[in-house]
Design a protein around this ligand. Structure first.
Ligand code: AHR
Length: 956
């Protein structure tokens, strides 16, 4: 957790040669030997749906618009026109009388009139707001054609609006009936000045009286990757952010306005000519579906990322929910879709994938059920839609992680998707601390869409200030990588001539593309990410910076610093915990006018500086310019180990396959492993919970106090067994109760080395704990599965309160000097503190509460009013009230965990759903507050005292 305090720090100044550095007003301390979380391979990604022509006319490299002649059911087909040369004549029309396929009965018919010597008659397509034509480039044209009264070749050309031909090639002779033709056509050095070009297919001289039918026309420049479909500059830009995942195919595009216009994936695979296409009524244009499911999966794979596959879940944008008794076919459709993505080639849909050119399964680990189902007010998502999908997916594909699009209570999703859009960059800067309050034991979070939406008409991309707000939020998501498994800015792409969403990452036209300031932020974070999240604490007079730091396996440290203010901030960096630190590193900064934005004509107004060399070391200063995002790198050597959460109840889950339901526990006083769940008995849950304390010896070592036996710590004995024993006072006893963490097996979890018995690690063997050595003399020292047996996953404890509070009637008094005569009470259903002297017989029951086991978790507590026994203290919008209690979120918000109060006085009451927030009195009212968060009640002054309460005899 990033601590920002207001204490002034005077530090020596180490200047960077050649740079004028002001005296530091803040200090950024990094400990490179410990990490608080591991970043995820999926940390940063993209969402790609077909919005703003992101795909149709965008990532699908086809230059031809209305390739299947269906757009708008127009006659003649839109985007097409007749072209004639040398006095030739002809006309075009939509013709459904000679269907190419059942899915594509609509054809473009050209009726040639006069087409004699020196003449030509053809059709032209104006593309997606123009046709990009590059020099020295070979284009591939494929199309289906049918002719009558003509069997000569067809000519394909790329031409300027004035008729200048930049490339041309001819097919062989046509044969009458429908046939597919492919030609390559190459441009020379000359290239058009703009995109007012067209694709022309013509009947050369000699075709008088002929008819030509065309369908499924594609013309593509050289493409990205291997599938021959993806537009290079757009893919390159998105790939350059080093995405870990692509959330595909949506977004609203997945849902459609109606069931008929959803992303019906089965109609998007197989040959193009067999795909009917659909009206993309989420965003208002026709989709040929030539970029179908396989293409979406390819986009992710070919950029080096994994697809995060979004499944249609029975809800459409017009508010339709599929009734429960009609949902099963949609569930089956989703299972088939997953089979298409990852099934073996001897399964029906795995075989189809192979037929479509991708025999290998895609690397799909996450599937998302629906999109933004919080818009469904009927309750069907929690009620039956999510459960039906979840159960079916888990039964068929237990290895998959299932993402819910909104919190649910009927199942526990692996991940919940949260979306954040805001016009105000400051709102995102404030979100830099948002995830510090999230439960470490609940579902992970995907921030599947977020952006500052400060776009403007005529420019679909945002300002530097927006990008700075997003960067602040990203530092917080990165620091909390144990909660936030991934985040994707939305939307990714927009055609500058036709966009439906105000602010997007990358703008493009038919020829070129550019990155917004937000795009560069994505790249600065994506391309500069280490595996380990380092503790970083910022102190000083200027608390406005947002900071994150990560360290790679190769010792590279990446520090991101965001300065949203209008003044430069000089900070001293102090790097601890390394055996060596490089004396030089690199720095790259994105800065400028906060209102500046890039555009298709001025693509480089805001762009990060190229990385340049800077002096680094154990202490060095840097000035972070006003309105800037900086990425600083340097190298360190020395070990890096997990940091354990001091003061927190913690469990250690076994990672050995076959034993992963077990956690470290105590039985009697012996160290064991036990199968424990949230439903286990109180004592079992306590026995598998330990409170982490600083250990003896090195500062990065820890002791584990048994929650079942307070005062007893896991201790290694002379015969290498592990017991829960009262903490000794001698140095040897303290060392025996101290463990030093190391990175666990395969880079996951934690291994705990005994400080007293170096080389020996906490190991479970036949469900008993030992300090074991992979090649020692005892039976538990055997090497078999040693690495995995000594690796544990750190989790929030099964017993969340670290102190016990007697149940029954009590009153509560603040410990803050000057307020110790006050008492916690409710008045007009709002919690407040009042002097005891002001209470009379009528109001005393308002200051009396019955402490009961927590409504949401019995390892914590709830407070029932003595005066209104059907009401409990509950926080809502940070303020604490007296509310009638419900279930789900209501019960959660009425549950508080008991932690030791300030200076050993009383109890601090932690909000179970917001673990960094505690019950606090502030200006006479009661809140859940954090120590230095964004709200007035988060003011750090006297925070610890204001959040510590004495439990006293009931007043009422
Ligand atoms: O990103 C644009 C849209 O915003 C997405 O399609 C939808 O999920 C959200 O409302």
């Amino acid at each position: 957790m990033l601590a920002i305090t207001a204490a002034a720090v005077a530090t020596p100044l180490l200047t960077v040669p050649g740079a004028a550095v002001a005296a530091p007003t803040s200090t950024l301390s990094l400990d490179v030997s410990r990490y608080t979380a591991q970043t995820n391979p999926t940390q940063w990604g993209h969402i790609v749906e077909d919005i703003n022509h992101s795909v149709e006319g965008g990532l699908d490299a086809n230059l031809v618009r209305n390739s299947t002649m269906k757009e708008g059911a127009a006659d003649p087909p839109s985007s097409w026109s007749a072209v004639t040369g040398g006095g030739g004549t002809g006309s075009i029309a939509l013709d459904t009388s000679v269907p190419l396929t059942a899915a594509n009965p609509d054809a473009l018919r050209l009726d040639v009139g006069q087409d004699g010597a020196g003449q030509r008659v053809g059709v032209a397509n104006t593309g997606f707001y123009g046709v990009g034509v590059a020099a020295d480039t070979t284009y591939t044209a494929t199309f289906f054609a049918r002719t009558a009264r003509y069997t000569g070749p067809l000519r394909v050309s790329l031409e300027g609006a004035d008729g200048t031909v930049y490339a041309a090639a001819s097919t062989g002779a046509t044969s009458g009936d429908w046939r597919q033709y492919t030609v390559n056509l190459s441009t020379g050095r000359r290239k058009p000045a703009d995109t007012s070009n067209r694709v022309v297919i013509s009947v050369p001289a000699g075709g008088s009286g002929a008819s030509l039918w065309l369908d499924v026309v594609r013309v593509t420049p050289p493409t990205y990757g291997t599938s021959g479909e993806l537009r290079s500059d757009l893919m390159q830009k998105l790939a350059a952010t080093r995405p870990g995942f692509w959330r595909v195919p949506g977004g609203n595009y997945l849902e459609g306005q109606t069931l008929a216009t959803r992303f019906d994936w089965k109609k998007t695979v197989g040959p193009y000519e067999d795909r009917p296409g659909h009206q993309n009524d989420a965003w208002g244009y026709w989709s040929t579906d030539q970029a179908g499911l396989r293409t979406y999966l390819d986009m992710a794979e070919q950029s080096g990322a994994e697809p995060l596959l979004a499944l249609f879940a029975g809800y459409t944008l017009d508010g339709t929910t599929v009734p429960q008794d009609e949902l099963q076919p949609y569930v089956q459709d989703a299972l088939d879709e997953i089979q298409y993505a990852i099934g073996a080639t001897d399964t029906p849909w795995g075989a189809q994938r192979a037929k479509d050119g991708h025999p290998a399964p895609y690397d799909v680990r996450y599937v998302e059920v629906g999109n933004e189902d919080f818009f469904d007010r009927t309750g069907s998502y929690d009620g039956y839609r999510f459960p039906m999908f979840y159960d079916a997916i888990k039964a068929a594909y237990p290895q998959l992680q299932v993402v819910a699009t909104t919190p649910v209570t009927t199942r526990t999703p692996d991940v919940v998707d949260e979306h954040y859009y805001n016009n105000d960059p400051a709102a995102f800067t404030a979100m830099a601390h948002h995830y510090e309050g999230y439960s470490r034991s609940g579902p992970k979070v995907l921030v599947g869409e977020y952006a500052i939406t400060n776009g403007t008409s005529g420019n679909p991309t945002g300002t530097l200030s927006g990008a700075i707000g997003e960067a602040g939020f990203m530092t917080g998501m990165l620091r909390n990588a144990d909660v936030v498994m991934g985040a994707s800015y939305a939307p990714a792409l927009a055609d500058v001539h036709d966009f439906q969403w105000p602010t997007n990452l990358v703008g493009f036209d038919a020829a070129t593309s550019y990155g917004s300031p937000s795009y560069w932020v994505q790249q600065m974070f994506g391309a500069n990410k280490g595996r380990y999240v380092l503790p970083a604490s910022l102190t000083g007079t200027d608390p406005s910076l947002s900071v994150s730091a990560t360290r790679g396996d190769d010792g590279t440290v990446y520090v991101h610093v965001v300065n949203p203010t209008t003044t430069a901030v000089t900070t001293q960096l102090r790097v601890a915990g390394a055996s060596a630190i490089s004396t030089s590193g690199t720095v790259s900064t994105l800065t400028g006018d906060p209102d500046a934005r890039n555009s298709i004509t001025a693509p480089n107004t805001v762009r990060p500086t190229a990385a340049r060399s800077v002096t680094t070391g154990a202490r060095f200063s840097r000035t972070f310019p006003a309105s800037s995002v900086t990425v600083l790198t340097f190298s360190v050597s020395g070990a890096v180990a997990p940091a354990l959460p001091v003061g927190q109840p913690t469990s250690l889950r076994v990672t050995t396959p076959g034993y992963t339901d077990r956690s470290v526990a105590v039985s009697g006083t012996q160290g064991v492993t036990a199968a424990v769940t949230e439903q286990s008995s109180d004592d079992l849950r306590k026995s598998a919970t330990f409170v982490v304390h600083a250990g003896a010896g090195r500062s990065s070592c820890y002791s584990l106090e048994s929650r079942l036996l307070p005062g007893s710590y896991l201790t290694v004995t002379a015969d290498h067994t592990v017991t829960a024993a009262p903490l000794g006072t001698t140095s040897a006893a303290l060392r025996a109760a101290t463990f030093c963490p190391a990175v666990g097996h395969a880079g996951q979890g934690v291994s705990l080395e005994s400080l007293a018995q170096p080389g020996r690690f906490l190991r479970h063997y036949a469900n008993v704990l030992y300090a074991a050595d992979a090649s020692g003399g005892s039976f538990f020292d055997n090497a078999r599965s040693y690495d995995v047996d000594t690796t544990f996953l750190l989790e929030g404890g099964f017993w969340r309160s670290t102190v016990d509070v007697p149940l029954g009637n009590h009153s509560f008094q603040p410990t803050t000097p000057g307020y110790t005569d006050d008492v916690l009470r409710h008045f007009a259903f709002v919690a407040q503190v009042s002097p005891v002297s002001e209470l009379d017989a009528t109001t005393r029951p308002d200051a009396t509460f019955t402490v009961v086991p927590g409504l949401a978790d019995t390892s914590c507590y709830s407070f029932r009013s003595e005066n209104y026994p059907d009401r409990y203290l509950r926080h809502y919008d940070y303020q604490v009230r007296l509310d009638p209690v419900g279930t789900g979120t209501y019960a959660q918000d009425a549950t508080f965990c008991a932690q030791p109060g300030h200076d050993g006085q009383g109890v601090s009451w932690q909000a179970i759903g917001f673990p960094d927030r505690y019950l606090r009195h502030f200006q006479g009212k009661v809140w859940i507050a954090s120590d230095g968060g964004p709200l007035p009640s988060d003011a750090p002054a006297s925070w610890s005292e204001d959040t510590s309460w004495l439990t006293v005899d009931p007043l009422g």
